[in-house]
Design a protein around this ligand. Structure first.
Ligand SMILES: [Mg+2]
Length: 232
């Protein structure tokens, strides 16, 4: 049976796209936990200047969080202001419905997250995210100790900033989907490279001038349902 959906893969950024009340969760956590402002700025600059890798940057940030006594409870508490983007749940439910419909008709349709956000942020706003997404590329904090409170490490994503594009390439190669049939929705500078290669790129709740310039569509209204008319 013919797949009458224009696009077979819809990829989302998280912070500022599906998750509201944060621009970057890392920054939100630093602010809530009160970590050293001078050093966090320096590490971010070192990453931009390519003096340290993404993984090293993440490790440095973890060190800053541990210094101020970050525990699992304190970090979860720091995510309490995060909410789903207006219209996100309705949008995801509609896409999930279409995914199930396509499956029944012998077709397929995939949903993915390609993000530099943290698992605790996604779990806060959408605990059942696995019901929606086929692929989730994200950073995972690791807690340990007998009460699971100690922040002991992080499993970093290999797919943030320019490498977000590699995550998209990995999915399309595995699923045999042309890049032209992929959609990417994001809000910031770290979404530029992946937006450049996706068949349809949507800048949503956009804070990046460059992303707005290269995106096929810019959505001004802060309601994620606005994307549906372009992708269905
Ligand atoms: Mg974002």
């Amino acid at each position: 049976m013919k797949n009458n959906l224009k696009y077979k893969l819809i990829c989302f950024d998280l912070d500022g796209t599906i998750i509201d009340e944060t621009i970057f969760i890392w920054q939100t956590l630093h602010d809530a936990l009160g970590s050293d402002k001078v050093r966090r700025k320096k590490y971010a600059q070192d990453f931009v200047d390519k003096k340290i890798t993404y993984r090293q940057w993440a490790e440095h940030d973890l060190e800053l969080w541990r210094e101020v006594g970050a525990t699992r409870s304190k970090m979860l508490d720091a995510t309490k202001g995060l909410i789903l983007m207006p219209g996100a749940l309705e949008t995801l439910n509609e896409l999930k419905r279409l995914k199930e419909k396509a499956k029944k008709e012998g077709n397929f349709f995939k949903l993915a997250i390609i993000s530099g956000s943290l698992n605790i942020a996604l779990e806060k706003v959408l605990p059942n995210y696995k019901d929606y997404f086929d692929d989730v590329y994200i950073n995972h904090l690791i807690f340990d100790g007998k009460d699971g409170e100690n922040l002991v490490g992080i499993k970093t994503t290999a797919f943030d900033f320019e490498n977000k594009a590699d995550a998209l390439k990995e999915i399309v190669a595995r699923e045999n989907i042309p890049l032209g049939e992929c959609v990417f929705i994001g809000d910031h500078d770290n979404d530029i490279h992946v937006a450049e290669i996706a068949g349809l790129s949507i800048a949503f709740n956009c804070k990046s001038e460059r992303l707005a310039q290269i995106a096929d569509i810019v959505i001004e209204k802060k309601d994620l349902r606005e994307i549906l008319k372009y992708i269905l």
